[in-house]
Design a protein around this ligand. Sequence first.
Ligand code: SAH
Ligand code: SF4
Length: 373
Amino acid sequence: MTHLTNLLDYDPDGLAAYCGTLGEKPFRARQLQRWIHQMGAADFDGMTDLAKSLREKLKTRATIAAPAAITDHLSADGTRKWLLDVGNGNAVETVYIPEETRGTLCVSSQAGCAVNCRFCSTGKQGFSRNLTLGEIIGQLWMAEFALRRDLGREGKNERVITNVVMMGMGEPLLNFDNVVGAMRLMLDDNAYGLSRRRVTLSTSGVVPMMDRLGQELPVALAVSLHAPNDALRDVLVPLNKKYPLRELMAACERYLEVAPRDFITFEYCMLDGVNDTEAHARELVALTRDVPCKFNLIPFNPFPESGLLRSKDPQIKRFAQILLDAGLVTTVRKTRGDDIDAACGQLAGEVQDRTRLAQRGKFGKIAVEVRTV
Ligand code: SAH
Ligand code: SF4
């Protein structure tokens, strides 16, 4: 069998180059890209404005293939989580979070993660591999067109997903080229056409790659802080030993010179008795004094064997108030989809679910399943 080229693996320049190898002009690549990323075409027959000879050529050489969904769960609050098969027993998760004025997709960048943050279940499972460009953009492609189908909006280029956050499994800046290539498609007017402000990349603080992102594709940036001093951050986010807070804050300041938003979002996972005291909050205010920023406090989402607890609500309120009093915009993230383990830090690509759900015939269908772990 001849090897078929997966067209989802190409960013805009890559697709133009591929079409060049077939003797086609760049505008053909744009047409093809619109069929794939604006209309959700999965085969070539329906691409009626392409010459029949080109369609036939593509049929023998190329394919449009996203990772297959192993499970598809709908939470009571409308959050939807897909578990996607990326081969060799690896699976990654993609989460859609509908809100009144927007629809956000949380996209994974790696199978597992090498950073191994103390409070993250993706980190606990270790690192398997980087996702390919096609596996990253394939999450948006699969979700956008599944949602359109369900809403009866097929055949119209009206976006359901209005925002993307690179906040799923993995550290996106440690899979730089594939993540940036996928984000180029998210931003391209002949693909998803999202503005840079509506695509947010979240990093645990890979300082040199933050600079590279600023040069190559400055999108909105979220930085996972989680601790106000190096001693504590070394424990919670081991990458801190390599890129300590002083360097991280300086990198944030540099990023803001090119960023599409005039602030950095700092994420801070609230861990009971670990990083949530009023002294920690005051230290945080001092640490971030020179960085225009907003704070997003994430109540810790427990997972088995973490040995950690979520901060109590009154403590989160007191913590937030200190930041607010210092003039910092602070929000507490609403936990969404925790009944289907779709909340932050609960994404572990539970492959073991596969057989159980398959036996119950839930492949590819929406299964409302309230898990009790
Ligand atoms: N690797 C990137 C992006 C993925 S994690 C990063 O670390 O930024 C998205 C956010 O969820 C990060 O801020 C991460 O620290 C946070 N998170 C991880 N585990 C969590 C948990 N168990 N509860 C709450 N937030 C968690
Ligand atoms: Fe990796 Fe982010 Fe989880 Fe840390 S929080 S282990 S960087 S996915």
